[in-house]
Design a protein around this ligand. Sequence first.
Ligand code: 7TS
Length: 422
Amino acid sequence: MSEVNASMVAGQRGTVEPFDVARIREDFPILRQTVRDKPLVYLDNAATTQKPQAVIDTLLQYYGAQNANIHRGVYRLSVKATELYEEARRKVRRFLNASRVEEIVFTSGTTDAINLVAQSYVRPRVSRGDEILLTEMEHHSNIVPWQLLCEQTGATIRVVPINEAGELEMNRFHELLTDRTKFVAISHVSNALGTINPVAEMVAAAHERGVSVLVDGAQGVPHLPVDVTAIDCDFYAFSGHKVFGPTGVGALHAKYELLEEMPPWRGGGDMIKSVSFDGTVYNDVPYKFEAGTPNIAGVIGLGAALDYVSAIGLSAIAEYEGRLLDHATRVFSSLPHVRVIGTAAEKASVMSFVVDDVHPHDVGTILDQQGIAVRTGHHCAQPVMTHFGVPATVRASLAFYNTTAEIDALATGLNEVIAVFE
Ligand code: 7TS
């Protein structure tokens, strides 16, 4: 840990300051626990991240002192809850550098946001013969909504392949982008491989053909500074729980003029101005997409999570995690019988791997004996598994509260796995 404490990283304003991981870990109460008398080593951050005390306190404060339904009360508590909810929308706008606060729609998460775009924006615009362009590394949440759309409309899915490093074959992307392409949906960062995709370049190419693009940012926002204005994507989706916020909440950023054109997807309260049996007048953007009582506490907690990571700084986080990844890559290269899956040049802090002749679930179970939490399985990215000819991998996905010491503990655990099966 001392190596990490001593490491110097670029701070938010280009200053150089220490990244004090020991100090940061104190903010995460769950990390203090032991598992089987060993300190918990939590390496499943791509599945969900742990929550800093600031987020937990915000939720306690909300339910303990601020809870009321929003957008409908004249009484003080409801007005206050509404203010907090709308303040969180402004925080998301700032976090993504979106141009207008109305461009932020709260959803239940990335999956929900992608389904909203598929059903409300894309469905009315496609028919038989049209194509939706995805990539081979997408999470199931960015595949199945498009398959449902294709069943409904007769459109078809085309897939940009990946190479052996787990990078997109960009020449194929450009070839597959044709007059038939009506929409492009791509992940910013792969959850199974860690690959960071050149999303701005892909958006520019799609826009040259007048094609809109959704970026699945579920694994982007926890690791990289995200600027939707610079990427120029039409839609950007992310989940609160993967960026140190609560579960069951997320956001969709969409360009304002597209939201204006889109019909509501779900009907109910809050998304209307007036209702009669002769017809209903929908609310303004973004409220017309937020039917029913939303996850108010979750949204406010998400705002607190974005404040927390912004105070550390996404550039500092990316720099520190880059060091962790370099350390992990070095350590893994010295482990016999271990094959890393996903070796992209541009990569976030995800180590997916297989151990020769040992099922990933067995690896995970033995590591659990050491208090080490890793994910084993297909990571909801089965096409990636098919590409690499494996049914599953073990995945250690790192966050900024992880340490080089924890990576070393993982390596020790893996040496035990290898010893047991040799
Ligand atoms: N897209 C990507 C790239 C993801 O990694 C995930 C979740 C989703 C979409 C869906 O997010 P949700 O919050 O709507 O569920 N990824 C993972 C994972 O890697 N392990 O568990 C969930």
